[in-house]
Ligand binder design. Structure first.
Ligand code: MN
Length: 131
């Protein structure tokens, strides 16, 4: 079964690029173009992972992440923050909010797929006889 990725992004070019490569890589992609829509879509669809642009209308990506992490129903969904800035404070904030990852734009679409794959990979099984 393919994993579902919720892409919360307001830039049409980025939406097209990320959607295309994610679908090509076998993922199912849902879109939301602002923070409110993103929160609603996450609650309704329970995606396997959220790619969260930080600079989005109404409710920004930080607030949307905070809301999803505060809700027991959605707290376990990994959120990967996409920001346009490489500020150290942004990275710290992403970690503080419980983001599973943090990617700085412009980013190679392939790197987005790699980050998603890594986070959705099954836990390695313990070898027989491991404590
Ligand atoms: Mn944006």
């Amino acid at each position: 079964m393919s994993h579902t990725i919720l892409l919360v992004e307001d830039n049409e070019d980025n939406i097209t690029v990320y959607r295309t490569i994610l679908e090509h890589s076998g993922f199912r992609v849902l879109e939301a173009r602002d923070g409110r829509e993103g929160i609603r879509a996450a609650r309704e669809a329970m995606p396997d992972l959220v790619l969260m642009d930080i600079s989005i209308p109404f409710v920004d990506g930080w607030q949307a992440t905070q809301i999803l992490k505060a809700d027991p129903a959605t707290a376990a969904i990994p959120v990967v923050a996409l920001t346009a800035h490489a500020f150290e404070t942004d990275r710290a904030r992403a970690m503080e909010l419980g983001c599973a990852g943090y990617l700085v734009k412009p980013i190679e679409p392939r790197q987005v797929v790699e980050a998603v794959r890594r986070l959705l990979a099954p836990e390695p099984e313990l070898p027989p006889g491991a404590p």
